[in-house]
Design a protein around this ligand. Structure first.
Ligand code: ADP
Ligand code: AIR
Ligand code: ASP
Length: 293
């Protein structure tokens, strides 16, 4: 049975950071954090904002499921387990300041920047890097910028790009199986140091309709955050459609009268990443100085 958090439970936690979509709290054990998924929706570097009841619950569930599936194919992730309808326990990492975007079909900023027609199938997946810096509006950068400014080293980049390709392969298949096209998505990675100062790269943050474009395979209807960005329809209907197709929520959905139906949520199965406990990580060669976090 899930615990539904009230405000009092929330204030007891040690808040470390509040972002646009999540709050990060200190975790119960050293090296862990709690990610709290808010209902806040933002777009265009937070120029457009709204609170959309239920978004946090759906993203928490969808991301937990996807991270667990990825761990199952050997991709190390920060996700440990879901704690309640809005929170998950994750391993604390040093976030690499990159947004790694993989694109299969042209949409969004790629179309705007290069004048490509939306919906154009790319001849191969396109991997792009953005510098994760809100004040600068997350600018597009090249691998050379990453090397020059030391945001990641060549060994780390090799690992990051290989993981991004594998995530894309797996998620393409997973979504195709439920009638969805994976147009593009954004990943974040983090560093974790082991007991012998060996370095591991983990998939961090979240994978949800907030940072994936997902279209219906037959009609191209958009079910992701573009609904909010471009006023294309109810965001929750889109996110629930994705969650339903993945078998994560019942057919009737999670909402009742614009509010989360807590009885339905209480009956959902917990998501746990069993492999995270015993995962066999692959250390990355390191050119920089090892550091414990
Ligand atoms: P933003 O910072 O872009 O507004 P969020 O609201 O999603 O984004 O906040 C979550 C923050 O937590 C992000 O900055 C993200 O990089 C960071 N983060 C995600 N996973 C981890 C992790 N495992 N360890 C440390 N930080 C993390
Ligand atoms: N993304 C990038 N920055 C923040 C997010 N959420 C995601 C978008 C989209 C992909 O990265 O949600 O799935 C590419 O975004 P864009 O705007 O560069 O086309
Ligand atoms: N998440 C970013 C923002 O809040 C970018 C986006 O999703 O459009 O502005």
């Amino acid at each position: 049975m899930k615990t539904v958090l009230n405000d009092r439970a929330m204030t007891k936690r040690n808040k470390l950071y509040e972002g646009k979509a999540k709050i990060i709290y200190e975790g119960p054990e050293p090296g862990t954090l709690i990610q709290y998924f808010k209902d806040d929706a933002t777009a265009f570097n937070a120029q457009k904002k709204e609170i959309i009841a239920g978004k946090g619950v759906l993203n928490n569930r969808i991301s937990a499921h996807i991270m667990t599936k990825l761990e199952g194919i050997g991709i190390p992730t920060h996700f440990i387990r879901s704690m309640n309808m809005r929170e998950q326990l994750v391993r604390k990492v040093e976030v690499i300041p990159l947004e790694v975007v993989v694109r299969n079909i042209a949409a969004g900023s790629l179309c705007k920047r290069l004048g490509i027609k939306e919906g154009t199938h790319l001849s191969k997946p396109l991997v792009e890097f953005y510098y994760k810096n809100d004040a600068l509006g997350d600018p597009l950068i090249s691998e050379d910028h990453i090397m020059t400014f030391g945001w990641a080293d060549p060994y780390e980049m090799e690992e990051i790009v290989a993981m991004a390709w594998r995530v894309n392969d797996y998620l393409n298949g997973m979504f195709a199986g439920v009638g969805l096209k994976l147009v593009d998505f954004k990943l974040e990675f983090g560093r974790l140091w082991g007991d012998y100062d060996e370095l591991y790269i983990l998939l961090a943050d979240e994978i949800s309709p907030d940072n994936c474009r997902l279209w219906d395979a037959r009609t191209n209807e958009k079910f992701d955050k573009d609904r909010f960005r471009h006023d294309l329809g109810d965001l929750i209907d889109g996110y629930q459609e994705i969650a339903k197709r993945l078998g994560l929520i019942p057919e009737g959905g999670l909402m009742a009268n614009g509010e989360i139906n807590e009885e339905v949520v209480a009956q959902l199965e917990d998501i746990e990443n069993d492999l995270a406990k015993e995962r066999k990580l692959r250390a990355v060669k390191k050119s920089g100085k090892p550091r414990k976090i």
